[in-house]
Design a protein around this ligand. Structure first.
Ligand SMILES: Nc1ncnc2c1ncn2[C@@H]1O[C@H](COP(=O)(O)OP(=O)(O)OP(=O)(O)O)[C@@H](O)[C@H]1O
Ligand SMILES: [Mg+2]
Length: 326
């Protein structure tokens, strides 16, 4: 059976909440090296410390390295076995030295992102939802390719990791816009408005439309059904922003600016869940070779990450604590 990818994206948004057992968080964000894997690993341990059952899955098929943060050199027991339909996800779980936290490793040497099609990703999500956990965290690769964006959109809580640097922020907007366009396209596909909206966008000057927000407002005027569908499907789309490698108060303010741009210029709900300081000791810990697999803790950022996890669960905005930088 052929799966219509756009309908499948849409279906998750409409029905995911009733059926889901665990809540799925996906951590992405455009530019490579912003700290997505670092943040997702620290978030997973924070959730476990809160008493939640957590499974962390490495879905960065091109550059898997969650295992490294857990002191595991490499493993045959990886998600590629699921895609090759040999193993169930349950059988790929690896327990860690952190209570209530298991991981499923990636293995970039045997599988490339291009080998995984959309149907396989939908199958992955269907299986993920059956896993025995309260939270399932997915580490995404860098970049804005369609596979990464699809996984990002299928999650219950999409989270982006940003850096307080102009190039990283530009890449982040690109990533968020691409995700939003893909979601909108799926909704318009369901409404049979793909060609019509394309025509409107191509001739936007004639319609007095300057940006995506105005396009959506125009489309809403087409019929009450379109208005209702766009409002229902777009209003629940909200992203969580985590600012990483922060070194001073000025940098931590960037998170608020990113949030404003998302709301004002892209037209999506965004929450600044919090910032994480640069841990100057971490690379040293990471480079140590452990005799037994152990999670590599970032002691100086533990408290911040714990607060971020709490904010993402509750949907709260972060509260500024600037004292530590003074
Ligand atoms: N807050 C931090 N303090 C210190 N080092 C950090 C911090 N966040 C990330 N790092 C380090 O920065 C490097 C890149 O981080 P990471 O691998 O998590 O990035 P990524 O976004 O997952 O990259 P990719 O896009 O390649 O998957 C790693 O060496 C990591 O240990
Ligand atoms: Mg990574």
């Amino acid at each position: 059976m052929e799966i219509n990818s756009e309908n499948a994206v849409q279906t998750r948004q409409n029905t995911g909440s009733e059926n889901r057992k665990a809540e799925i968080w996906a951590i992405g964000g455009g530019k490579g090296g912003t700290g997505k894997t670092f943040v997702v690993c620290q978030l997973a341990t924070s959730l476990a410390a809160m008493g939640k059952r957590v499974i962390l899955i490495d879905t960065d098929l091109g550059g898997a390295n969650v295992h490294t943060f857990f002191g595991i050199k490499s493993t045959e027991k990886s998600i590629s076995r699921f895609f090759e339909k040999k193993d169930r996800l349950e059988d790929l779980l690896i327990s860690t030295n952190i209570d209530r936290l298991s991981i499923i490793c990636g293995n970039s040497s045997t599988i490339s992102p291009s080998n995984v099609n959309y149907a396989q990703k939908v199958r992955l999500f269907n299986h993920i939802r059956t896993l025995p956990a309260d939270y399932i965290l997915l580490d995404l690769g860098g970049g804005t390719n369609i596979d990464t964006i699809d996984i990002f959109l299928l999650a219950d809580k999409p989270i982006v990791v940003a850096l307080p640097e102009i190039t990283a922020i530009e890449n982040l907007y690109q990533f968020i816009k691409s995700a939003y366009f893909r979601k909108l396209k799926a909704i318009l596909g369901d409404l049979n408005l793909k060609d019509r909206s394309k025509e409107i966008w191509q001739n936007r000057d004639q319609y007095g439309i300057h940006n995506i927000i105005e396009l959506i407002e125009y489309l809403k005027t087409l019929s009450p059904e379109v208005e209702k569908s766009l409002e229902a499907n777009l209003s629940d789309f909200s992203i969580n922003i985590v600012l990483n490698k922060v070194r001073n108060v000025r940098e931590l303010q960037e998170g608020f600016s990113i949030r404003s741009v998302c709301i004002k210029y892209i037209g999506i709900n965004a929450l600044y869940a919090g910032y994480i300081e640069y841990d100057f000791q971490f690379w040293r810990n990471l480079s140590l070779i452990h005799s037994a697999p152990r999670f590599i803790v970032s002691h100086s950022t533990e408290n911040e990450v714990y607060k971020i996890a709490g904010n993402i669960i509750s949907g709260d905005q972060m509260k500024i604590d600037t004292l530590k930088f003074l």
